[in-house]
Design a binder for this molecule. Structure first.
Ligand SMILES: [Zn+2]
Length: 134
């Protein structure tokens, strides 16, 4: 069985190192929707040794910090689901009160047609991530 995140980046790559990558998910209504994806195929956080769990969360929190700085969102959501793609990844979402789903999750039914928001460029997100993560 093929794995989407082993075969593809999973979005526009903003930052990567030998361990994981941070990509922007392709949802035009949610320009602050990123994913932190482990490079190798692992199913659950507890399959990683503790040092690698910490390394993964360091990247997740760096992504949250950068989204907060550049989007000033109402709320950030962090989610690790992997029900459809069981390859370890975290969703990091900058949300606003006038989004289509807010205050529900983006995976819920939409409540309204959401406001369009200008996207921070991939280059700007990547530069800030490199500033935080090296
Ligand atoms: Zn995989």
């Amino acid at each position: 069985m093929g794995c989407e995140f082993c075969e593809q980046d999973g979005g526009a790559v903003l930052w990567r190192d030998a361990f994981c990558r941070i990509v922007r998910a392709a949802y035009e209504d949610y320009p602050g929707f990123c994913r932190v994806i482990l490079n190798r195929h692992v199913r659950e956080m507890t399959d990683l040794p503790e040092s690698e769990r910490d390394r993964m969360m360091h990247a997740v929190f760096a992504c949250e910090q950068v989204l907060r700085e550049l989007y000033r969102p109402e709320k950030v959501n962090l989610a690790s689901l992997g029900n459809q793609v069981p390859h370890l990844h975290w969703h990091v979402l900058a949300l606003f009160a006038d989004d289509a789903h807010f205050p529900d999750t983006v995976w819920s039914a939409a409540r309204r047609s959401g406001a369009r928001r200008a996207a921070v460029s991939d280059a700007a997100l990547g530069a800030r991530l490199r500033g935080v993560l090296g």
